[in-house]
Design a protein around this ligand. Structure first.
Ligand code: MG
Length: 372
């Protein structure tokens, strides 16, 4: 079987309400993503996704101009040699992160989907089988709001939907942030896991000061307390706290994560399968993490394809902890496939169908295709 075409489709779905976070000067007005479709000479179609909240068309160009020429005519079952080939197209020029790696991630996910379709098995079985028959998830969506009550109402909604773990964004106003966590803890009780995400706004001294207060409030993890560029600062924060420090959503490949682990900077690593290098690379990152006794809790901020790939991979990992389930409105997650992701009672349920188990809704695809 041979690959005959590689399509890269930038998507954009406008949002009614802007999405804010601390380290983002411009709030998100739309959800965006890169969809990749790889077709074989026998008519099978694999789906992949690249995480591109901004300018998915840039990653699409990388797929079309840089990667596709190396894919046409290849056997899609050769995902390992293909991955190395795609990485080698530009790594010697320093392009081993950013849009180059997001494009490789999207292609790699599509190849795994194709492999499942060819072999008639769900992706998690091709990865060696599932440790879990359902994937525990936490809700992301308690964003920075002016009114604490709005956060509390949303938290109650998540609780009623079955979530027993949820994540709050902090980083604009220290006193208000701590008060919000305290109020949340009181409202949710001791059983619910509360994660806190600063998106890298603090220096290490401030992060330590805030982190000690969060520790008193029994926060489950402190995510990206320092900027992704400051691994020494992150390691200092981790050394000074007795609860989980999590990071890695901005990191790429096993080579990038190696630095996080060698510097003893995290308890929990958070690669995004649609950014860090696809299923092939994230499996290597997870194995490397296990060797450092680090837990794997995938970042997932993409659409339906990204979430499915995240779930299949997570289920197959021995050091998997919990998976992110983004609850911020995203039509690319909820409308792009004929069946939306199956979330019930705090768990993501994986389809037992071959590949990632997805069927595209072609009308939704056309609705959200980014017009040139
Ligand atoms: Mg985060």
């Amino acid at each position: 079987m041979r690959i005959t075409s590689v399509e890269a489709i930038p998507l954009e779905a406008p949002l009614e309400k802007l999405v804010n976070r601390a380290r983002q000067t411009v709030p998100l007005k739309a959800r965006r993503s890169l969809l990749v479709r790889i077709t074989t000479d026998e008519g099978l179609v694999g789906l992949g996704e690249g995480l591109t909240p901004v300018a998915p068309e840039a990653a699409a160009k990388v797929v079309e101009r840089v990667l596709a020429p190396f894919l046409i005519g290849r056997d899609p079952l050769d995902s390992e040699p293909i991955w190395e080939k795609l990485y080698a197209t530009n790594s010697s020029r320093g392009y081993s992160r950013g849009y180059q790696m997001i494009a490789i991630s999207a292609v790699d996910i599509a190849l795994w989907d194709l492999k499942g379709l060819i072999l008639g098995q769900p992706v998690y079985r091709l990865l060696g089988g599932a440790f879990l028959d359902r994937v525990p998830v936490y809700a992301t969506g308690l964003m920075i709001e002016k009114e604490t009550q709005a956060i509390l109402d949303l938290a109650q909604e998540y609780y009623d939907q079955g979530f027993r773990a949820m994540k709050l964004k902090i980083g604009l106003d220290d006193a208000q942030d701590l008060e919000t966590v305290r109020t949340l803890r009181r409202a949710l009780g001791p059983e619910v896991r509360i994660m806190v995400d600063a998106n890298g706004v603090y220096d290490s001294s401030t992060a330590l000061r805030i982190g000690r207060r969060l520790q008193e409030l029994d926060v489950f993890w402190f995510e990206e307390p320092t900027p992704p560029e400051d691994l020494a600062g992150l390691a200092r924060v981790r050394a000074g706290l007795d609860f989980y420090v999590a990071a890695g959503e901005c990191e790429y490949t096993r080579f990038g994560f190696r630095e996080l682990f060698l510097k003893e900077a995290v308890d929990v690593c958070q690669p995004d399968v649609a950014r860090a290098g696809g299923i092939t690379e994230c499996r290597r990152i997870a194995a490397l993490a296990q060797a450092f006794n680090v837990r794997y809790a995938p970042h997932a901020w993409g659409g339906a394809v990204c979430l499915a790939a995240t779930g299949h991979l997570a289920a197959s990992l021995p050091n998997f902890l919990i998976c992110e389930l983004d609850r911020v409105p995203n039509p690319l997650r909820d409308e792009l496939t004929l069946e939306p992701p199956d979330f019930r009672d705090g768990f993501l349920h994986l389809p037992d169908r071959p590949g990632l188990g997805l069927a595209l809704d072609e009308k939704a695809l056309e609705r959200y295709r980014l017009k040139a």
